[in-house]
Design a protein around this ligand. Structure first.
Ligand SMILES: *Cc1c(COP(=O)(O)O)cnc(C)c1O
Length: 399
């Protein structure tokens, strides 16, 4: 062990603890569900991205079992060297059909789809124009590219501020290519990007658009096909990223777009080229998850019925859900310490909802982040609501 490294690590950890930024992962002891056992406690889980309850769906489990027996556990190589099995190919064909795009390329995660795609389509003659609340994986993907992107140089627009976006488009006409990139659904606020206006501005100024639909996949649009479907913008969004890890319940990410885009990413998408393919079980489970999404409207209906019930009940109880439009439902607290205390007290009441504080969100804008899903019953949600009210009363926090 190198002493210099060990003492540096220790000092970093101590600093995080002193700043109340130190994280201790909770351990799930049951399959993902509305009610789970976690780190020794039975809780109603309001912090899962398992929107449609597909992570432990019987049909998806069955497909995984069958794929295990047919294909074994590993793909044995990176995608292009021989790790692409028939199931991987079939999954991409199914996703392309689902998304109404010419082609889809799957990566092992949404995070790697961003870091594979963004740098591959940009050169040092280009600029990236970003919403200020874009996800960390978009930011990291952009940083891997040689294009201009920095906020300090004026290439980041205020959250959903279309006037600001247009200003930047006017000032950047000398670049060779311009990419506007945005979350489809913003992961901390649960609001939806103004994609129709973004697409119109892109068309007006000859820029192209990439949307990260990690939280819109399985949630918005026809059968959960995402924001492009939700706003009926087929053929007008150049690059769509979807995740297979959240609503689809397994793991993975994909890029949907033209056949040329896919062809180029196979040549130049570094995580595709240099990281091993998904286990075949993953691809088969995802095909089954797509089957459920396309043929059974019940999980998505339940997700949205629960979402409406949750938001309306919170509003009636006097909580501020910060204008969120999707299942991601922040509950405004404001003060960082109060939000963290509410998280602890809720945990003691048997409800798991994460406090989100600075620097993930702005200082003084601390919140609890709650996510109803198809895996919850109305009983689960009304119990969670009662716990929230008890905790608020105890704290006498004006939430
Ligand atoms: C979760 C998330 C990702 C990463 O997806 P994974 O499949 O979990 O790697 C990417 N973008 C956004 C906006 C996300 O919320």
């Amino acid at each position: 062990m190198n002493d210099g490294l060990q003492s540096w690590l220790g000092a970093q950890i101590d600093t995080l603890k002193a700043q109340h930024l130190y994280k201790t992962p909770k351990i799930l002891q049951t399959p993902a569900a509305g009610r789970v056992r976690m780190s020794g406690r039975e809780v109603i889980n309001l912090s899962s991205n398992n929107y449609l309850g597909l992570a432990n769906h019987p049909q998806v489990r069955q497909a995984a079992h069958e794929a295990l027996d047919r294909w074994g556990v590993g793909a044995g190589a990176v995608r292009w060297i021989g790790g692409t099995m028939e199931v991987h190919d079939e999954l991409e064909a199914r996703l392309a059909k689902f998304k109404h795009t010419e082609a889809v390329l799957v990566f092992t995660g949404g995070f790697t789809a961003n870091s594979g795609c963004i740098p591959a389509v940009l050169t040092d003659q280009d600029v990236v124009i970003s919403d200020e609340l874009n996800h960390a994986s978009i930011i990291d993907g952009v940083r891997l590219s040689p294009a201009k992107y920095k906020k300090s140089e004026g290439f980041v627009f205020g959250h959903k501020d279309m006037g600001h976006l247009e200003e930047i488009l006017q000032k950047t006409q000398s670049f060779q290519k311009r990419m506007i990139i945005t979350d489809g659904v913003f992961s901390m606020d649960g609001d939806i990007a103004p994609l129709p206006q973004i697409v119109e501005l892109a068309e007006k100024y000859n820029a192209f658009v990439m949307v990260d639909d990690a939280h819109a996949s399985g949630v918005l649009g026809k059968n959960g096909a995402g924001t492009t479907s939700h706003f009926d913008l087929y053929g007008r969004v150049d690059i769509q990223l979807g995740t297979l890890s959240k609503a689809l319940g397994v793991v993975g990410g994909y890029i949907a777009g033209s056949a040329l885009l896919k062809d180029w990413l196979i040549q130049r998408g570094r995580p595709y080229l240099f990281s091993t393919a998904h286990p075949p079980v993953v691809a088969a489970a995802l095909i089954a998850a797509l089957d459920v999404m396309e043929n059974d409207p019940e999980p998505m209906n339940r997700l949205w019925a629960n979402t409406r019930w949750w938001k309306q009940s919170l509003a009636e109880a006097g909580f501020d859900t910060m204008g969120s439009e999707t299942p991601i439902t922040p509950i405004y607290v404001g003060d960082e310490a109060a939000a963290q205390q509410m998280e602890k007290m809720l945990w003691d009441e048997g409800v798991y909802a994460l406090a989100i504080v600075y620097p993930t969100v702005a200082r003084g804008k601390a919140r609890l982040r709650t996510m109803p899903s198809a895996a919850h019953s109305t009983e689960d949600l009304s119990e969670a609501l009662a716990a929230l009210q008890r905790v608020r009363d105890k704290l006498a926090v004006r939430a």
